[in-house]
Design a protein around this ligand. Structure first.
Ligand SMILES: Nc1ccn([C@@H]2O[C@H](COP(=O)(O)OP(=O)(O)OP(=O)(O)O)[C@@H](O)[C@H]2O)c(=O)n1
Ligand SMILES: C[C@](O)(CO)[C@H](O)COP(=O)(O)O
Length: 266
C-alpha cells in the first residue's frame, strides 16, 4: 500500500505581497515549495507527491522539483485552496493504484519536521481515518461581531491551532472531495462544493471523527512578511543583533531549527 502527499502551492500569497507566488519565494536559496516537498520525502513514508502549481508558473514549478525525479508530479492548481487540493488529489489517485493514505500539506508550511509527518501517517495507519496535527492556543481568544465588539471569550483549553500535513484514509478523502472511485481523465469535474478552510473540515461535515496529534512550532505557515523574516532568520542564522539574553535565546531557537532541518536532511 502507498502514501501520496498532495501539496497545494497554487496560491498567490496576497498577504505576503512578494513579486512571485508565495510557494516560489526563496528561503536560504530554495523556494518554500522545495523545502516542503523535501520534508515530505525525507520523512521516508511518502511514496509520491503531487504539487498543485499556479497556472502561470507550471514550468517554473516543474523545473524546481525536477531533482526529485519521478517521485514528484505537478498539476495546475485551482481558484481556491480546496480546488487545488481536489485537482492534485485526482491526479495522485490516478498515479498510484494502491494508495491507502493521503496527506494534504501546504507548501506554505515548508519547515514541518519529519516527526510530525511520520506521526500523522502512523496514526492513520493505526486506524484513525482522519488526523490533524495541532498546537494548544497560547493567546486568549475573543469572538467579535462585525463592528469589532467582543461577543464572547471561548475557553481556550478546548481550542487548538491546526497545521498540516493532515492525513486521511484515501477512500474517505476521495468521498469528501466528491471524486468517484471510477474517476479518470474523461470524468467531469466534481460538483461537490468545498466549504471548509482545511481538509479535515470536509471530513467533519461527513460526520467522521478527526483525531489530533501533536503539531510543532516549526510547522508554522508562512503567511506574512514577518513569517518570512522569521523563517529566513531561523534558517540562515541572522536572528537578532547578537547582543543580550533575547538575542542569545533567538540564536538558540535558530540553532535548534537548523539542527532539526539538518537532521531531516540526513
Ligand atoms: N488557489 C489556491 C490558494 C491557496 N493554495 C495553497 O494553499 C496553501 C495555504 O494557503 P495560504 O497560505 O492562505 O496561501 P495563499 O492563499 O497563497 O495566501 P493569501 O491568502 O495571503 O493570498 C498555500 O500553500 C497555497 O499555495 C492553493 O494551492 N491554491
Ligand atoms: C489548512 C490550514 O493550513 C490549516 O491551518 C489553513 O486553514 C490554510 O490556510 P488559509 O489561510 O485558510 O488558506
Amino acid at each position: 500500500m502507498s502514501v501520496i502527499a498532495v501539496v497545494p502551492a497554487a496560491g498567490r500569497g496576497e498577504r505576503l505581497g512578494a513579486q512571485v507566488p508565495k510557494a516560489l519565494v526563496e528561503v536560504a536559496g530554495e523556494p518554500l515549495l522545495v523545502h516542503a516537498v523535501h520534508g515530505l520525502l525525507a520523512a521516508g513514508c511518502v511514496d509520491h507527491v503531487v504539487v498543485a502549481a499556479p497556472a502561470a508558473e507550471v514550468g517554473v514549478v516543474v523545473a524546481a522539483v525536477r531533482r526529485f525525479e519521478s517521485q514528484v508530479s505537478v498539476v495546475v492548481g485551482g481558484a481556491e485552496r480546496g480546488d487545488s487540493v481536489r485537482l492534485a488529489l485526482r491526479a495522485g489517485l490516478r498515479t498510484l493504484a494502491d494508495v491507502d493514505v493521503v496527506l494534504v500539506h501546504d507548501a506554505a508550511r515548508a519547515f514541518t519536521p519529519v516527526e510530525v509527518i511520520r506521526s500523522v501517517v502512523d496514526t492513520v495507519r493505526a486506524g484513525s481515518a482522519a488526523v490533524v496535527p495541532v498546537l494548544p492556543v497560547s493567546d486568549t481568544v475573543k469572538q467579535v461581531d462585525a463592528t469589532g465588539l467582543v461577543i464572547a471569550t471561548p475557553d481556550r483549553a478546548g481550542l487548538r491551532i491546526v497545521q498540516t500535513p493532515q492525513g486521511f484514509d484515501a477512500a474517505l478523502l476521495r468521498r469528501a472531495y466528491g471524486i468517484a472511485p471510477e474517476d479518470d481523465e474523461s470524468s467531469p469535474p466534481s460538483s461537490v462544493s468545498i466549504q471548509a478552510t482545511d481538509d479535515a473540515g470536509l471530513v467533519e461535515q461527513l460526520g467522521v471523527p478527526v483525531q489530533t496529534v501533536p503539531g510543532h512550532s516549526h510547522a508554522f505557515k508562512v503567511t506574512t512578511p514577518f513569517d518570512l523574516a522569521v523563517a529566513d532568520a531561523l534558517l540562515t542564522g541572522q536572528a537578532g543583533d547578537g547582543v543580550g539574553a533575547d538575542a542569545r535565546r533567538a540564536e538558540r531557537a535558530a540553532a535548534e531549527f537548523r539542527a532539526h532541518r539538518a537532521g531531516d536532511a540526513g
